[in-house]
Design a protein around this ligand. Structure first.
Ligand SMILES: *Cc1c(COP(=O)(O)O)cnc(C)c1O
Length: 392
């Protein structure tokens, strides 16, 4: 016998998905209409305008790809990279490695610029890579590395690419809505994001935006894009047409209601206030963790407020702590990835998860579980330290 599925009510403080607010879940449950219904087409226009606001861009080619963040990544690479191209790829965590994989699958050569996990991408190393490879037609890097908790300098890296006649491809999956991002001012050419991180929408959609220079590159292609589904020239017929929209694929209608609602909430709050909220809650969490005697794995100058990599104290059982948090507190935090597996926890304060309630819940639950395990932490001080930040 199978029955309906009723998921538990979790508090989501991992690397995504983040807590989805009731207002967004409510939008998801509204009646399904056709993907070419004039009312739905009006919603698409509004969604595009809201995405332009979130990305801080006037780019006409701004739309939500009907698939998760990874498909947004793939959409940028398959449309801008052709066989035989050279692309400089920055690797300072898991997601830079995936960019390399995308470049190679496009039949292009990836020139790798490696930085330590937990550090920002080195602008000097990228400048050296351009000097050694003047033929490079694109530069790809991650703004907010969710695998490590570090951010990189988008404006400086995009300026370097432009100086060398290359386009920039930027992963903003975890940065959009959480930290400052200005696509037009910073000159980013192809930018992809996700819905389940700082937008606090349901997973499965990838907002993307392409600059006029990127669109020119797409239109000048000599090789057909290897993916039919992600070929922007075809997708534009559905998302781009000002008057007439033609069928390309069936849009995830209800998921797009949810995206529209989450973007509307961001617009109501304003981007600047959302960035400030993420920074503020992060400060409170860090004050609590440090009072407990825990330390952060990323230096303060490139530390993300929405993804906190915390060093696992000596002798503590990583998996047992995360299992106890989930079982006893319905609290999800993330494990370390790749080089940081077993060495850090990743505590997300993304979107709707970035609020006082979550900061205090997490500190209290972590203290309880670590004390039970006999870890050498300071007890009875973390909540007060966080409260002191909230009190201003
Ligand atoms: C989560 C994430 C992705 C992948 O998004 P999915 O929706 O899981 O496909 C890509 N890049 C970064 C930086 C991410 O954090």
């Amino acid at each position: 016998m199978t029955g309906s599925f009723y998921p538990p009510q979790r508090t989501l403080m991992g690397p995504g998905p983040s807590d989805v607010p009731p207002r967004v879940l409510g939008a998801l449950a509204r009646p399904t209409i056709g993907h070419l219904d004039p009312q739905f087409v009006a919603l698409m226009d509004e969604t595009k305008a809201l995405l332009q606001y979130a990305f801080q861009t006037d780019n006409a080619l701004t739309l939500p790809v009907s698939a998760p963040g990874s498909a947004g990544m793939e959409a940028c690479f398959v449309n801008l990279v052709s066989p035989g191209d050279t692309v400089i790829v920055c690797r300072n965590g898991v997601f830079g490695g995936r960019m390399q994989e995308n470049v190679e699958r496009c039949g292009a050569t990836a020139i790798l610029v490696d930085d330590d996990w937990g550090s920002a991408v080195s602008v000097d190393k990228v400048a050296a890579a351009f000097a050694a490879h003047p033929e490079a037609s694109a530069l790809a890097f991650v703004h907010a590395e969710t695998s490590t908790g570090a951010y990189s300098d988008v404006a400086a890296l995009c300026a370097l690419a432009r100086e060398h006649g290359a386009l920039s491809i930027v992963d903003t999956v975890t940065s959009l809505g959480g930290i400052e991002l200005r696509v037009d001012d910073w000159g980013a050419d192809a930018v992809y994001a996700g819905t389940q991180k700082c937008l606090s929408c349901v997973p499965g959609i990838a907002p993307v935006t392409f600059s006029p220079a990127a669109v020119e590159r797409i239109q000048a292609r000599e090789h057909k894009v290897q993916s039919w589904f992600l070929d922007m020239q075809l997708v534009m017929g559905y998302w781009g047409g000002e008057s007439k929209r033609s069928y390309h694929h069936t849009a995830p209608v209800n998921a797009l209601y949810a995206l529209h609602e989450s973007l509307l909430m961001l617009k109501e709050e304003t981007l600047e206030a959302a960035w400030a909220r993420h920074a503020f809650n992060h400060r409170a969490l860090v004050a609590g963790l440090e009072a407990m005697g825990l330390s952060l794995a990323v230096d303060a100058e490139c530390r993300l407020p929405q993804l906190n990599a915390v060093r696992i104290p000596e002798g503590v059982d990583d998996a047992a702590v995360r299992a106890a948090l989930l079982r006893d507190f319905d609290l999800e935090i993330g494990a370390g990835l790749g080089a940081l597996a077993g060495k850090t926890w990743r505590i997300g304060l993304m979107g709707h998860s970035s609020r006082r309630r979550n900061v205090m819940t997490c500190l209290a639950a972590l203290e309880s579980v670590l004390s039970t395990q006999g870890a050498a932490i300071n007890t009875g001080v973390a909540l007060a330290a966080a409260e002191a930040v909230f009190a201003g």
